[in-house]
Design a protein around this ligand. Sequence first.
Ligand SMILES: [Zn+2]
Length: 89
Amino acid sequence: MPKLVCVKCRVIMKVKKNGVGFLEYTETGPYKLTASDKWECPKCSFEILAGFAEEGLHSTNGNFDRLIIYHIDNNTLVREATDVNSNSK
Ligand SMILES: [Zn+2]
């Protein structure tokens, strides 16, 4: 387990939920879904995703849409923001 610390609160963050899907986009739409863990600061409730799986599931995989729906139904899907400057990637 990695150790993650909220700098603002100076406390160790806790895993809030395992198996959270992070959906990344290209200009043409969603292209990769990767499992991760959601961590939370117990003091200020700041949340991050960490502990990503080595391999993501690409949109060419036959289970891609089904898995996205699964995450939506379980409220475990985080979609990458697409309105940020591409230079920040
Ligand atoms: Zn905090």
